[in-house]
Design a protein. Sequence first.
Length: 128
Amino acid sequence: MNAAIATVIGTWLVDLDEEVLVTQLDEKVTAETVQVELPRVIAAARSGSTIVAVVDRRPPLAISHDAGRTWRESGGGLPKGTAVAVDADNPDRILYGARNRLFLSTDGGRFWRALVLELPEITAVAFA
């Protein structure tokens, strides 16, 4: 499973299973534009009816599984975030970018695993 990670110095292809940089990419990754009616939204991503929003508060994530009708908080132990992506093939797989670290959830945002990679400041993430 790979992800494209945009940083302040370029875009990188990351193997999320092996937790290694694969290569630098020529194309840019831009943050997905998802409109959500929540205060203090920094970034948001969606796949089907699943929407994940990075918000400027603690915990840093709000997750909806019904297209934004109801929300639950997530990521109580995560640092302040800058980017998020939801896997189009599996909406339970969520990638979260916080300053220079990546975090992965495979269960819809209940539990998070910190990846060992440290990157330059992250501006956008996307599953590749």
